[in-house]
Ligand binder design. Structure first.
Ligand code: PKZ
Length: 194
């Protein structure tokens, strides 16, 4: 067992997260926010191809199958890849809030080794919101959705403006995504209220 750091404990004035009225219905697949995303992108050959599904409230489930490209030790998933799976799952929660946010802090416990070929069953929920700060937690189970926990994490996401990606990333792709005539795809790219 491990304790979490103070910065992951919501402050006294934190409030419960509110699911956006247009959030996908429980059971609905969220789809990728960006085709080249290492976590969820369908165009990323060595990516995780993680598929997240909306849950009740501000929660979701996701699945990811560990591939040979994700090994650290022979036959076992790399810890950084597992942390990525948690990060991606937690990041997807922002689509249920329709908030653009990036990971500020991610604390991960690696509880059991995860062999190649394993399906990791992830579950995540937002626990509290305080201003721009979104607190969340996730766990990944093996052997089935009710199997033993192999990994878990607590995280703090920070809300940002689209400018975060324009100023620090590839502005031309961001501008193209913002002009996408498909309103839902445009909103999903930035996980924001259209
Ligand atoms: C073409 C299509 C395009 C698609 C477009 C995609 C859009 C959808 C993106 C989704 C992507 C998903 C993928 C998975 C999620 C990632 O993996 S995101 C990538 C990894 N994360 C990053 O790159 C973030 C890098 N860090 C930063 O940019 C900046 O540090 C941050 C996080 C924006 C914060 O900077 P800031 O805005 O100046 O905020 P700042 O005032 O410093 O802090 C605000 C508050 O947060 C607290 N805080 C900030 N950082 C921390 C920290 N590390 N620890 C504890 N507390 C912290 C501060 O203490 C402060 O608290 P208060 O004083 O308000 O109580």
């Amino acid at each position: 067992m491990s304790g979490i750091s103070a910065s992951l404990t919501p402050p006294a004035d934190a409030v419960a997260a509110v699911r956006h009225p247009d959030a996908p219905a429980p059971g609905e697949l969220l789809g990728a926010h960006y085709g080249q995303c290492f976590g969820c992108g369908e165009d990323q050959p060595h990516g995780l191809h993680l598929q997240a599904r909306a849950g009740e409230g501000v929660s979701l489930t996701a699945e990811f199958t560990v591939q040979p490209a994700h090994q650290g030790a022979p036959g076992l998933a790399h810890g950084g890849v597992l942390a990525t799976a948690l990060d991606e799952t937690l990041g997807s929660l922002n689509w249920l809030l329709r908030t653009i946010a990036v990971t500020g802090r991610l604390e991960t416990d690696f509880v059991r080794p995860v062999p190649v070929g394993t399906v990791l069953y992830l579950e995540a929920e937002v626990t509290a919101v305080a201003g721009r700060k979104i607190y969340s937690r996730a766990a990944g189970r093996i052997g089935g959705p009710d199997g033993p926990v192999a990994i878990r994490a607590e995280a703090l996401f920070i809300e940002v403006k689209v400018d975060h990606f324009v100023d620090n990333g590839r502005p031309q792709e961001i501008k193209a995504a913002m002009s996408d005539p498909d309103q839902l795809r445009r909103a999903r790219a930035f996980e924001v209220n259209p």
